[in-house]
Design a protein around this ligand. Structure first.
Ligand code: ADP
Ligand code: MG
Length: 312
């Protein structure tokens, strides 16, 4: 038996109404389908305006889809909205808080909202989990941006959902806080929570997610394990240092590009399906140069992204 997916999205379409006379409606999702498997960290990657928040907000029940269907933990969002909502915790892209509540009160109120009895609430544990115990009684408005984001994560986990969704958790966040948030995500995931995060940072998706779906202009253009996606980049680069000054660029049929970096260094791009690094080096040597140093660059997600979206 196969495990059912944490989230199933089927042919999801969202058309936003025209913002005013003479302006066309906006087709933000053009029939997107994918499953989020249970237990992993799933990245929904795409540039600004791709449709990521629209998709998340449909799951959250904040935006009405135009057509298509979605299931959360097996519950259809139309047929079983209550159970669907109970199965997911969502951290929205925008930070919104009532500034006069303390972190402890924010979590208690949210517990009340979900009908969790006072003695069953986990506010204290949740504050500890997001490293905010010492801020338990501070006003939310006095928290730093990073603390607010962590409090939002705790708030999303109040009803112990099996799925946590973070919409652009690290947009506009400094390096240190980003590291903290990544750790928190990994901690929650290791405790069994299925995590979905949207991001427009390739590096973030590559480091954090075991599976990545890419959307661009409202269309799904990839959905693969991160390793496979990164492996899709066919181009490889070898940077070669030679023993004497280069007379000029060396071009060979096997090279896609040969770029002179300085008098003695050459970056050669080749198709890894058609040539090997060894062949590339042999070709350089055949021009009468001895090789003093070699570094290769593995294709990364950015290469794939550029190939798939035609951006760059
Ligand atoms: P992302 O989160 O990937 O940056 P969004 O889902 O926010 O993308 O937006 C997708 C597209 O839908 C964009 O072109 C955006 O301008 C448009 N859009 C988003 N929200 C609305 C709205 N409430 N009304 C009209 N258009 C919207
Ligand atoms: Mg967004």
């Amino acid at each position: 038996m196969t495990t059912p997916p944490a989230i199933r999205i089927d042919n999801l379409v969202k058309e936003y109404a025209s913002p005013g006379p003479g302006e066309p409606p906006k087709l933000a999702l053009k029939g997107v389908s994918f499953d989020v498997p249970q237990g992993g960290v799933f990245g929904l990657l795409g540039p600004n305006g791709a449709g990521k928040s629209t998709l998340i907000n449909i799951l959250a029940g904040l935006v009405r889809k135009t057509s298509g269907s979605a299931e959360i933990w097996g519950f259809d969002i139309d047929d079983n909205p209550r159970n669907a909502k109970r199965s997911i915790g969502i951290v929205p892209q925008e930070i919104v808080f009532d500034p006069f509540f303390t972190p402890f009160e924010v979590l208690e109120n949210q517990g009340g909202f979900y009908g969790i009895g006072k003695k069953d609430r986990r506010s204290k544990d949740l504050l500890a989990a997001v490293h905010l115990s010492d801020k338990r009684d501070a006003y939310a408005r006095t928290l730093s941006g990073g603390m607010k984001r962590r409090l939002l994560i705790a708030k999303a986990m109040v009803h112990s959902p099996p799925i946590l969704v973070l919409d652009e958790p690290t947009a506009g966040v400094d390096v240190e806080l980003r590291r903290q948030l990544w750790e928190l995500v990994q901690e929650l995931n290791s405790e069994g929570v299925t995590v979905v995060l949207t991001t427009h940072y390739l590096e973030e998706a590559e480091q954090l997610c075991d599976r990545i779906a890419i959307i661009n202009h409202g269309e799904l253009i990839a959905n693969k394990p991160t390793k496979e996606l990164v492996g899709m980049a066919r181009e490889k680069i070898v940077s070669v240092s030679v023993d004497k000054d280069l007379g000029g660029p060396i071009m060979e049929e096997a090279f896609l590009k040969a770029e002179v970096v300085n008098e003695r260094r050459l970056d050669i791009t080749y198709d890894r399906d058609k040539a090997s690094a060894g062949q590339v080096l042999a070709l350089v040597q055949s021009h009468g140069y001895a090789i003093e140093d070699v570094t290769t660059r593995e294709a990364d997600l950015e290469d794939v992204f550029v190939q798939l979206t035609g951006a760059g």
